[in-house]
Design a binder for this molecule. Sequence first.
Ligand code: GLU
Length: 446
Amino acid sequence: MTAAVAGFNLKRKTVTEHGGIVMEKDQIVEKKKEDSFGAAERRVRESVERLQLPSVVYEFLKKPQRFMEASIPVQMDHGGVELFSGYRAQHNNVLGPFKGGIRFHPGVTAASVKALSLLMTLKCALIGVPFGGGKGGVACNSLEMSAAEKERVSRGYIRAFVDLIGPEIDIPAPDLFTDARVMGWMVDEYCALTGRYTPGVLTGKPVEVGGSVGRKEATSRGCVYVAREAAKICGITLKDATVVVQGCGNVGGQAAQFFSELGCKVISVCDISGGLYRAEGIAIPDLLDHVKETGLIEGFAGGEKIAGEELLTMDCDILVPAAMENQLTAANAPEIKARLIVEAANGPTTPEAEQILSERGIFLVPDVLANSGGVTVSYFEWVQNNQGLYWDLETVNQRLEKMMVEAFHTVYRFGRERSAGGTLREAAYGYAVQRLAEAMRLRGWY
Ligand code: GLU
């Protein structure tokens, strides 16, 4: 029995004591607000139910197959040693080796890494790369670390998990606050520890050490390809369409660049230093030069300075959250004016916000589809590493475009046929879960 009491659930719990005496106890359990990550697990359950799949499919997907936690000792520049918590979640490998990024961020927790690993399983199934899902992270404030400290964290992470990763086992990649430089140190540590040149152990490496051309921009490029397809459905003409991008890191900055190349007007962008606005469209190449030099948007003269919060509710055609999770919330969703939202970040929309946006008829391309360009070119990188044969940029981009466009339309069609009236996220989850369920059945997992 459950009664809602202003933010709390009052539960009457039936407890069977050892002597078989049944007692009833009142228990007050704090009602936790479901965030975008918690919602992912619920959506998988709902997809399993809607598609009438055996419930064991949900049991397989609700938590990682394996989860590891390590204490990573790091010699700091001040001379002392600090211990950082590192995690690796190997969520599901029915479709191929576990695959997913490693983030260096103070907000990294066991729960967030597990939730993000589920998103990777869905993303890989959806886009059609032969990988399962995984995720890793180190709880650390990498922005305040020197390059030498960051290198020691990177090498420490590989030492902690060396026996559990590999090109046919689990293949890490960059994520929040990790980049090609970090992958360079990590692949070096792995090769040194195993005594073998194994570039395919991780992806997102510098091109000079086995990375793929086009991998750095792949998430943004893929995101713009699906935005273009979604814009057609929404009746938005890209020429002169107004675009707002939250985040100006690797993903947000490049996405702004590709939108402006398509003729859109990127009227606002932001990062941790605040926002920038220019009604006629910001000169993105100049802004990116400035960010490359100084690390921040702050100080760029080609626009009016605004508060970061103003950006999400600004009048525009396309909104691209490309920063952190849980940015579009019940508080700002009623004010959002965009007609199309493309989730370049993982989990930027809370379930409450999504409900509001969907009721308001705003078309949303979910993260698992919108940002899958990164892992798609990671797959190309792994293929090139395995073959020892490298492709040119045109080949990479053409193959990426084909996979993104096909995945978008497949999911859109699946939604219309199988979950009429549902959101594109429901369709994406449904399609991915169905593929995973079929592979599990054929491999005899149930
Ligand atoms: N971290 C990226 C993501 O969340 C890329 C993962 C990969 O390339 O393996 O999709």
